[in-house]
Design a protein. Sequence first.
Length: 82
Amino acid sequence: MPIQRRSSDLQGRRKDLGANISQMAIGLGISIATVREIEGGTAAVERVAQYSAWLARMEAWSDGKRQLVLHEVEKERRRFNP
């Protein structure tokens, strides 16, 4: 079942998904510093849009799929599959 979004800011949305900052960085193929810039509002508009789009995709996934993907990303250091 897709997740109910409780937060409107990017960091809150990520946390609602149960994803940590490292998982997002690995999954998107960017640095943790870049994730912090995106969530902090100092990154380029294009980066923010890409990050937001991935959060929206992940919000649409079932809980099981989301947990599996996040586990695989962290364990195998693999990017998210478009």
